[in-house]
Ligand binder design. Structure first.
Ligand SMILES: Nc1ncnc2c1ncn2[C@@H]1O[C@H](COP(=O)(O)OP(=O)(O)O)[C@@H](O)[C@H]1O
Ligand SMILES: [Mg+2]
Length: 311
């Protein structure tokens, strides 16, 4: 089976204007989960029937076929995606790519830790570092100059710029997951709009609820203006079933957003600890013993099988 080529990736942004709601956790686990969907084990007897062997991957005596690749782009200068996955950021990062100092294909790194027993042959990362802050400042001021120069709209310039800069990698991936920074500055807006669809993690406390309400209203407002971004899924995070406030939050979200609300991700020590071991939930809990692992798998399936209902 050939890897999807010449077809732009499905770009999903994990967004919420608040910090600490589970964006990075969701982005990392979703990206890894999707990459696992795009690998199949091939039985030795069937190997002769594989027409194109260029996408075969061998690991510990087994052969796998890779049907697609996933790219995680870290849009937060803290650079937590690389740390959570336990991979070295290398020489270059997203900031340099955006400033034209580096070609995107040079900055994309493999997220595999095969040597440690965690092969991730089709998961890739475009990491971030402090350079991203520098790039953001430069691009935001440049967008204002273009605006004053008569460009129809400063958001549009930035959006076109991002799309142009990143288009060089778009058709090499089946999925591109954007881990967004909190906030709604011009740069973040352009990043959100660069994505086709948004995954919105929501943490059950009053402040982040208000933020997400604003955020989803905001996305809806953009849709009304004809901008091409949909909410794919609103995903309650840090969910404690026994807590009335948490149940209330999910009920409220469902009332407002219906089928857009995905199954809640339980609050779990395992989820919090996994990045410290540089593992995803699927690696730290391969037997799916923890409800949070099951919940993240459901989110992966929802994206992969497209069980999404238009809102
Ligand atoms: N379901 C969960 N249960 C327990 N801890 C979680 C859960 N999801 C995220 N965390 C922890 O909460 C903190 C904030 O999560 P993070 O994904 O970094 O949020 P954001 O990217 O929105 O700032 C991290 O320490 C993370 O490990
Ligand atoms: Mg984050």
């Amino acid at each position: 089976m050939a890897i999807k080529k010449n077809r732009p990736a499905e770009v999903l942004a994990v967004i919420n204007r608040k910090g600490g709601v589970g964006k990075t956790t969701t982005a990392v686990n979703l990206a890894h989960g999707l990459s696992r969907k795009l690998i199949r084990r091939v039985k030795a007897d069937d190997l002769d029937r594989v027409p194109d062997t260029s996408h075969l991957y061998r690991y510990k005596g087994h052969t796998y076929i890779i049907t697609g690749n996933v790219l995680l782009i870290d849009f937060d200068a803290q650079g937590l995606c690389a740390r959570a996955l336990g991979v070295e950021s290398g020489e270059s990062d997203l900031g340099e790519v955006l400033l034209g100092e580096q070609h995107p294909s040079q900055a994309v790194i493999s997220a595999s830790r095969a040597a440690d027993g965690y092969p991730r042959p089709n998961l890739w990362l475009l990491p971030a570092s402090d350079n991203l802050e520098r790039a953001k400042e430069i691009l935001q001021s440049r967008s204002i100059v273009y605006f004053m120069d008569g460009y129809e709209n400063k958001d549009q310039w930035l959006l076109n710029f991002l799309a142009r800069r990143l288009s060089l990698v778009l058709d090499r991936f089946t999925y591109i997951i954007l881990d967004c920074a909190p906030g709604l500055d011009t740069f973040s807006m352009a990043v959100h709009r660069f994505a086709r669809e948004a995954i919105v993690p929501v943490k059950p406390d009053f402040l982040s609820m208000t933020g997400t309400q604003q955020n989803t209203d905001h996305v809806k407002e953009m849709q009304l203006r004809g901008v091409d971004i949909n909410i794919h899924t609103i995903i309650p995070t840090f969910y404690v079933e026994k807590q009335r406030m948490d149940q209330q939050m999910v009920a409220d979200l469902k009332q407002h957003h219906g089928e857009l609300v995905g199954d809640p991700i339980p609050r779990s020590q395992l989820v919090a600890e996994a990045p410290g071991y540089q593992m995803t939930v699927f690696e730290i809990d391969p037997g799916y013993g923890n409800p949070a692992t099951v919940a993240y798998q459901k989110l992966v399936d929802r994206v992969y099988y497209g069980q999404k209902v238009e809102g």
